[in-house]
Design a binder for this molecule. Structure first.
Ligand SMILES: [Zn+2]
Length: 177
């Protein structure tokens, strides 16, 4: 339950009480339907259906954009997880040469590194271009969201690769150290 707000009937000037989460009221004095326009913060006579349509439309647009954003985040997480897994394996395989004396695994490791690099070079611009950049809090698109996301993904990606390489080194140290 929201707060109760007193509004002035635009038709007769009577005081009408409206809950803050309700957009429509009927004036108890003159009986007209009042639609409250929360954007312009004013009460309007009638316009009932019109206001309802606008609200429903913005709700469904918002829901769609939220879903698009969620899908994008899921794809980003999966692709970054996959790249870091191949990066981790690549460093383990290559590291087996110096730390475990298993040099026949080096070519496989080098190949995995190339796969990781190719994936990274493809994923960052693709993810940035498809970034919906929807701010659910303010219900609007972010300005320059795609450009910024390109650099964020690049930076975060390189950071994660360092971490997965370090993780590979730790695992090798435990195995051969
Ligand atoms: Zn009235």
């Amino acid at each position: 339950m929201g707060d109760v707000i007193a509004i002035t009937c635009p038709h007769c000037g009577g005081q009408v009480e409206r809950a803050s989460n309700e957009y429509f009221a009927k004036c108890p004095y003159c009986g007209v339907e009042i639609a409250f326009n929360e954007i312009r913060e004013e009460a309007q006579v009638g316009a009932y259906r019109e206001r309802l349509d606008v609200l429903e439309q913005s709700e469904s647009t918002d829901r769609e954009k939220r879903l698009t954003m969620q899908r994008w985040v899921r794809i980003r997480n999966i692709s970054f997880a996959a790249m870091n897994l191949t990066n981790f394996l690549a460093f383990v395989l290559v590291g087996c040469d110096t730390m475990g004396g298993i040099d026949k695994w080096v070519p496989a490791g080098a190949l995995l590194m190339l796969v990781t690099l190719a994936g990274f070079l493809a994923a960052v611009p693709l993810l940035a271009v498809n970034y919906p950049g929807y701010n659910a809090l303010y219900k609007k698109e972010e300005k320059f969201g795609k450009v910024r996301m390109f650099f964020v993904l690049g930076g975060v990606g390189i950071g994660l690769f360092l971490l997965s390489a370090i993780a590979a080194y730790i695992v090798l140290s435990l195995l051969f150290g």
